[in-house]
Each structure stands twice: as C-alpha cells, then as structure tokens.
Design a protein around this ligand. Structure first.
Ligand code: AMP
Length: 213
C-alpha cells in the first residue's frame, strides 16, 4: 500500500491518478469521496459539508467507517494508493489496525507555502468530467469553460484564500506529525513537489520502483 502524503496543493491527487493509470494501482481519495457525498446531498454529505467548507477535519469516527468500507470492498489492499488519508496520528494508527501489519510505503511530497497558495487559489475544476485547470499556469482555452466538455468551471469552496490558510494550519498541527510516525518505520520517501508534474512523477516512479512495472 502507498500513502501519498503532503500539504494541500502538493499535487497528491494529480500524482496518485497518474500512478493509478500507469502502474495499475487503485487510487482512493478521501477528499473526492467526501465531495461526492456532499454533491449527492447524502446524510454523510450533509454532516460533513460545513466542516469541509471551513477547511477542518471530518471526525475520525466517520473517516474510519469510510476507510473500513473501502478496504473491505477492495481485492488486495496492497495495490492501493491512499490520498488524503491518514490525516492525523489516530487515523494512522487506525489504518495499521485495519491493514493488519501490511507493508506501507509513504511518499511525502513537500512544497513551499507560496507555491501552495498559487496552486490552490488558481485551481478550477469541471464538475462534470472532473478535469482540473489552474488559471495561472494551465488555463482552459476559453476562460471559465471546460475544454473537454464545455461545462462551466468552478472553484472548490475550500480553495478560497482564507480557507487555504486554515487548511495549512490544520495540516501543520495535525497531519505533519504523521511524517515522524512513518519515517521511523522505513519505506518513507521525501519528494520535492515544487517541480513540474512530470518531474515529480518521474521521481515518484523511481522511489516506488517495485510498484510500477
Ligand atoms: P482533500 O481533497 O484531501 O484536500 O480533502 C478535502 C477536505 O475533506 C479536507 O479539508 C477535510 O475537510 C476532508 N477530509 C479529507 N480527508 C480527510 C481525512 N482523512 N480526515 C478528515 N477529513 C478529511
């Protein structure tokens, strides 16, 4: 199992999707799962909507349930890439129990704060096909319109500047300590995420050599 770890805006989702495609692994993004619940206005979605909009963490009890179900419905959790989970030490310990000592490889993608703000505040996405743009460095051909399907692009509520600051604060306080937890166990890699998507992917493929054949 691979955990793609790093601050918001590190490119975890982008890299995990690429790993899924090129290395035949399965990508699980807890943020995507929660956003879909919110979109469908499910009971869970209604419970978490305000928390997510404020950039806070969804309670562990709900996250544990989501992860438990996903692991149960997946053949061979060894080929999974987790993106956005675990987000605090209790979740990391829960994952250990749920995977019963399975080998976990962690890639920590590190990015400067200034770059994080540039990426997140510029991020737009297509609610229909999911394609992601950035108004600063990968804009659509026509402003605000998806190149692929013509739908109007939207900004994630939590990509607004004041929420980005809160997400970074939560990351430093609750998520960052997980790095020490995994570092001490080995199979822990740091990758410079300030580079282009392709360069980061090249480095990721190197450190995860055994997973991508
Ligand atoms: P992400 O797309 O990973 O940035 O996640 C978006 C939001 O979903 C976060 O800011 C949290 O509110 C919530 N979220 C995603 N994953 C978790 C998690 N493992 N634990 C708690 N909240 C989460």
């Amino acid at each position: 199992m691979i955990i793609i770890f790093g601050p918001p805006g590190a490119g975890k989702g982008t890299q995990a999707r690429r790993l899924q495609k090129e290395c035949n692994l399965k990508h699980i993004s807890t943020g995507d799962i929660l956003r879909e619940e919110v979109r469908q206005k499910s009971e869970l979605g209604q419970q978490v909507e305000k928390i997510m909009a404020a950039g806070e963490l969804v309670p562990d009890a709900l996250m544990d349930q989501i992860i438990r179900r996903r692991l149960a419905s997946t053949n061979g959790a060894a080929g999974l890439i987790l993106d956005g989970y675990p987000r605090n030490l209790d979740q990391a310990k829960y994952l250990d129990r749920a995977t019963e000592g399975m080998e976990i490889h962690v890639v920590n993608i590190q990015v400067d704060e200034k770059e994080i703000f540039r990426r997140l505040s510029g991020r737009r996405y297509c609610p229909d096909c999911g394609k992601i743009y950035n108004i600063h460095f990968s804009p659509p051909d026509r402003p605000g319109v998806c190149d692929k399907c013509g739908s109007a692009l939207i900004q994630r509520h939590d990509d607004q500047e004041e929420v980005i600051a809160e997400r970074l604060r939560v990351y430093q306080e609750q998520t960052q300590p997980i790095a020490d937890y995994y570092r001490s166990r080995g199979n822990y890699h740091v990758v410079d995420g300030n580079q282009t998507v392709s360069r980061v992917f090249a480095r990721l493929s190197q450190v995860l050599e055994g997973f991508c054949q």
